[in-house]
Design a protein around this ligand. Structure first.
Ligand code: GLP
Length: 262
């Protein structure tokens, strides 16, 4: 596990952008797992910028999004499909047919979720999964208590998540109560994972995920089972971590070696 801490959100977004861009450079037919929410927005802006400057191309890239609200059409301004189009896909040279977001209107959601998993397999698996974290420690929409081996499925949203996301809707009652989400087990199969978190309201969840016990109550703690995870944190999100000196020491060692140390 790598924990990279910087003063500002801009700095961590910049480092995350460089990491993702370097992976795509090495493998143009990259399979990229994507997240919504405010945390990855700086990364998306960075990728758009590099694409516009001709430094990276998404022509051969396939993307799979983590989740989608159940009951929202892709053109609903709060749907995750709409979010991805407006914050990333519309601004880069990706073929939209290669961008997969769960279909929030899927009637037969069980079959849809099975097919989504199948599509990921057929694409060769996810090379790198981008994650944010909920204030209650969830990843994607794997609410507290989600099985650590869970797969893509219909999830009932937790009251905390509904509360956190109400700011995007006219009122709390409009927040969907269900979502389709990759499972914790699905996410753990990605070959590499990066998690971006900023702000004080993520500090507790981050400390529990990185330094707390492995528990389904904090689904991000499952990342402790994964061999290639990088956390990108601003100082506020890192403020409840106990081993910051060690993480900084490892980063210094990486610089000397010219290699990432997981
Ligand atoms: C939602 C999403 C998660 C995201 C989380 C945090 O619950 N399903 O994937 O990580 O919100 O969002 P934000 O980055 O806006 O804090």
């Amino acid at each position: 596990m790598r924990v990279i801490i910087r003063k500002t959100y801009e700095e961590i977004s910049d480092i995350a952008t460089k990491l993702v861009a370097s992976r795509i450079e090495k493998k143009p037919a990259f399979v990229l797992g994507l997240a919504t929410g405010s945390s990855p927005l700086g990364l998306y802006r960075g990728l758009i910028d590099m694409n516009k400057k001709g430094l990276i191309s998404f022509k051969k890239v396939k993307t799979f999004n983590l989740d989608e609200y159940y009951g929202l059409k892709g053109d609903h301004p709060q749907s995750y499909r709409y979010f991805m189009n407006t914050n990333l896909f519309d601004h880069i040279d990706i073929d939209k047919a290669n961008t997969m977001v769960p279909d929030g209107m899927a009637q037969n959601w069980e079959e849809f979720c099975r097919n989504y998993e199948q599509k990921i397999k057929e694409a060769g698996g996810i090379d790198l999964q981008v994650l944010g974290i909920g204030s209650d420690g969830h990843i994607a929409f794997n609410e507290p208590g989600s099985s650590l081996t869970s797969r893509t499925r219909l999830v009932a949203l937790d009251a905390q998540t509904i509360e956190d996301n109400a700011r995007f809707f006219e009122d709390k009652n409009q927040v969907p109560r269900f979502a389709l989400s990759m499972g914790v087990g699905t996410i753990l199969e990605a070959k590499e994972i990066i998690l971006i978190a900023n702000g004080k309201n993520k500090a507790k969840a981050i400390a529990q995920a990185i330094e707390g016990p492995l528990t389904s109550i904090i689904s991000a703690s499952a990342l402790q089972m994964h061999p290639r995870v990088s956390y990108f944190l601003d100082e506020e999100a890192a403020s409840e971590l106990k081993r910051v000196n060690y993480y900084r020491f490892v980063e210094g060692a990486e610089k000397k070696l010219g290699k990432e140390i997981f």
